[in-house]
Design a protein around this ligand. Structure first.
Ligand SMILES: Nc1ncnc2c1ncn2[C@@H]1O[C@H](COP(=O)(O)OP(=O)(O)OP(=O)(O)O)[C@@H](O)[C@H]1O
Length: 256
């Protein structure tokens, strides 16, 4: 479980990223976080991962306290959290398999990663992760030769190879075309359902949030202003979260 108790994050320049957030995310839940740019979505994810320090309040992931954790404790917490980014963050000049195995890096000495000397078990785990996202045939392709959707799948496989209990995705489909975005969201949903990995996804398209969010959390000015199901998150709710009328840019597909 991920638990935030009255968590406030104040950046060094004085900007408030999170403002007294109380949140409990039970194991295995698929949560979509929505809100306008600057609402605090990325801050929430980076705080859960310990990349941004908590200014006040307490934050725990699987009963490990992230707020106030030492570097060593943070490494242990992060080894259980898979991260997915809008820009994929792959090492482009190396193979898909190398990228995926690097997801297990906390277990692997640096010199083996440098030389690409992977054990049979590591490769096996790499293949299994690639199979989960349906691109095992690309294992020995250079990451730079893949489409955006394929690169995001590799990034998901890399996170899976870590054997995480939590998956955090910061705008994972913002750089993808609509059909590819749908497919990547379906991959994340299937993995959540099959493996029970707690998943938190930041999105700004309300139709995707409705379709995929078992739970939708709306943020505004660093605060949680809505917490309900995708079905409950109708246009009026989104207008309240966004503080304005909806526009065509708020949906991924025109028909939504
Ligand atoms: N490193 C930082 N230093 C100072 N302020 C920051 C930093 N990162 C974010 N902020 C500020 O914190 C607030 C929340 O930003 P955050 O990036 O979490 O929002 P967001 O909802 O993810 O928006 P976006 O989708 O644009 O990333 C904003 O006012 C932002 O300017």
């Amino acid at each position: 479980m991920i638990e935030l108790k009255d968590v406030t994050v104040r950046y060094p320049n004085g900007v408030i990223g999170l403002d007294g957030v109380d949140l409990q995310i039970p194991d295995g839940q698929f949560v979509v976080v929505v809100g306008l740019s600057g609402a605090g979505k990325s801050t929430l994810i980076r705080t859960i991962n310990g990349l941004v320090p908590v200014t006040s309040g307490t934050l725990t992931v699987d009963d490990m306290e992230v707020s106030g954790a030492s570097k060593r404790e943070l490494r242990a917490i992060r080894s259980k959290i898979g991260m997915i980014f809008q820009s994929f963050n792959l090492v482009k000049r190396t193979s898909v398999m190398n990228n995926v195995i690097m997801g297990q890096l906390h277990d692997i000495p640096w010199w083996r990663s440098l030389l690409g000397l992977w054990s049979k078990e590591e490769k096996e785990r790499g293949f299994q992760s690639l199979e989960r996202v349906g691109i095992v045939e690309k294992a020995w392709t250079r990451a730079s030769e893949l489409s955006g959707g394929q690169q995001q799948r590799v990034a998901i496989a890399r996170a899976l190879a870590q054997d995480p209990t939590v998956m955090l995705a910061d705008e994972p489909v913002a750089s993808l075309d609509p059909p590819t975005a749908q497919m990547v969201m379906k991959d994340l949903q299937r993995i959540n359902r099959d493996l029970g990995i707690t998943t938190v996804v930041n999105l700004h398209f309300l139709d995707l949030a409705r379709a995929f969010g078992d739970r939708v959390i709306g943020m505004r000015d660093g605060k949680v202003v809505f917490d309900g199901t995708g079905a409950e998150a109708d246009d009026a709710v989104f207008e309240r979260i966004y503080g304005r009328s909806l526009t065509a840019d708020d949906t991924l597909t025109e028909s939504a």
